[in-house]
Write a protein that binds this ligand. Structure first.
Ligand SMILES: [Zn+2]
Length: 483
């Protein structure tokens, strides 16, 4: 499939005065480095890294010298170009939790010649580049990628960058990217995403014509995804960096950890279920970071993510661009099946107010579609996970009695100042995922929603206990409190 990547500058509208936030850590109070460093430790889901057939990948990178009339300007040095490539390769190792165990660059940027005005410049360049690496097999499941870097003048629409849709994390492929320092990090990561079988991330975009509002699907418009547009940042601002892979994307290539993205669905005949999860920022590396739900009335699958600007998301478009409807909060993506078994994520608008866009739920907002209701909050404190409540209702279901989880909560550790207490879920129904709330003399403690808790100074007179809530699809939740 021929795919194109466009560059554009944001012109989205902003709704002024909208200050409510859902767990968004202030950029003033906490630096991006602090967020990336994991200032808030979430419980780590268990589960071994996924094994794929081709865990070792290589990028063969060449630089094109244009013989045509488009100019031969590279805004950056070779070292800078290669640093962009290395960053993109690292993204895919990191964001697959090392299912791609290594992705290394071969060669030191040898050059080829090409004609940026030619309609076959991409295929010609890939062939010329591959000729520099005799004995290397490209494409298929080799894990070998041919990356051609082209001069700035080889830009869309004169020449589109492209990647090839293939079969998941096992594949190799071809990438053609021109040097634009504003977008090259995203372009490289995006095109490699095509090599790894990802389609573009779309969105429903609402507009009103003659008093009628419609929300057709628009290509590229899910700007929480690297498979969206490559957007230039405002003058004087650093370029945007790719955000973390979404729950949808990690599910599609099979790298989710246990309880990272719990599933909620109704069994045959079941009428309704409500489940509440603590969802940590998608950019962080631990804890529950999304929810997968199936609308019982349509069978459609949705993924919920909490985009709070943490970790990998700290320099992404939604985090840095202040003038967009792509706000921080909980996003809703619908999975669109495609022919051939592939799928595509379609970001859902939270409102159909066409005077501005909103693509993520703030605190205590509700999104409803079919038999699915998503409710956020109440959100408490910056840096906490977002509480997300999912209710599924099947009007034709007659079974209103769901089985309840079984399990207890215990605490280990010494309750003296500075010591770490650990919550232990014990004897829970197989398949349960847990959330935590620590208590001080029975009263919930602010920002104490991890599996561990550090005892503060002067603990005399305080009894620290923990509530553990266990949930899984098809069960009513259970909350157990330690003694
Ligand atoms: Zn693309």
């Amino acid at each position: 499939m021929r795919t194109e990547m466009r560059s554009t500058t944001s012109t989205d509208r902003r709704r002024p005065g909208r200050l409510r936030r859902l767990g968004v850590v202030s950029a003033v109070a906490v630096s991006a480095a602090g967020l990336a460093g994991g200032a808030v430790a979430a419980p780590a889901p268990t589960g071994a890294a996924t094994t794929i057939a081709t865990p070792v990948h290589h990028a063969y990178v060449v630089k094109m010298i244009d013989t045509g009339s488009q100019g031969n300007t590279y805004p950056e040095t070779d070292a800078q170009l290669l640093a962009h490539v290395d960053k993109a390769l690292d993204f895919w190792v990191d964001q697959t939790d090392q299912a791609i165990s290594s992705f290394t660059r071969a060669g030191n940027l040898p050059t080829i010649t090409g004609d940026c005005t030619s309609s076959t410049v991409k295929s010609d360049s890939w062939a010329a580049g591959k000729a520099l690496f005799p004995g290397v097999t490209f494409g298929g499941t080799t894990g070998n990628h041919m990356i051609v870097l082209a001069p700035a003048g080889c830009a869309y629409p004169s020449v589109a960058t492209t990647g090839s849709l293939a079969n998941g994390l096992n594949s190799g492929g071809n990438v053609f990217v021109y040097d634009n320092p504003q977008i090259i990090d995203i372009s490289l990561t995006h095109e490699l995403g095509h090599n790894f079988s990802f389609n573009h991330a779309n969105a429903l975009v609402c507009s009103t014509t003659n008093g009628t509002t419609t929300c057709p699907e628009a290509d590229y418009q899910n700007r929480y995804s690297v498979m969206s547009l490559a957007l230039s940042s405002p003058a004087g601002s650093p370029p945007y960096l790719p955000p973390a892979l979404s729950s949808y994307a990690r599910d599609r290539v099979g790298v989710l950890k246990t309880c990272e993205v719990p599933s909620v669905s109704l069994g045959t005949g079941q009428h309704d279920v409500t489940a509440t999860y603590d969802v940590w920022g998608r950019g962080s590396k631990n804890g529950t970071r999304g929810i997968k739900v199936v609308d019982p009335t349509t069978g459609d699958t949705y993924f919920l993510d909490y985009r709070d600007g943490s970790g990998r998301d700290a320099a992404s478009y939604y985090r840095m661009a202040s003038a967009t409807g792509y706000n921080s909060g909980v996003t809703v993506e619908k999975v669109k099946p495609l022919s051939g078994g592939n799928t595509q994520p379609v970001l859902q608008p939270i409102t159909q107010d066409t005077t501005w866009r909103q693509y993520a739920l703030w605190d205590q907002e509700t999104f409803t579609v079919g038999g699915l209701t998503v409710r956020t909050g109440p959100y408490a404190y910056a840096g906490d996970p977002s509480q997300v409540t999912v209710t599924l209702t099947n009007p034709s279901g007659t079974n209103t009695t769901l089985p309840t989880q079984q399990g207890t909560a215990t605490v280990t550790g010494t309750p003296t100042a500075g010591q770490t207490l650990t919550a232990n879920p014990t004897n829970w129904t197989a398949g349960s995922c847990h959330r935590y709330q620590w208590l001080d003399n029975g009263v919930p403690i602010k920002r104490a929603r991890n599996a561990t808790f550090t005892v503060p100074a002067n603990p005399a007179g305080h009894v620290y206990t923990v509530q553990i809530t266990g949930q899984q699809s098809g069960y009513q939740p259970l909350t157990a409190t330690s003694l």
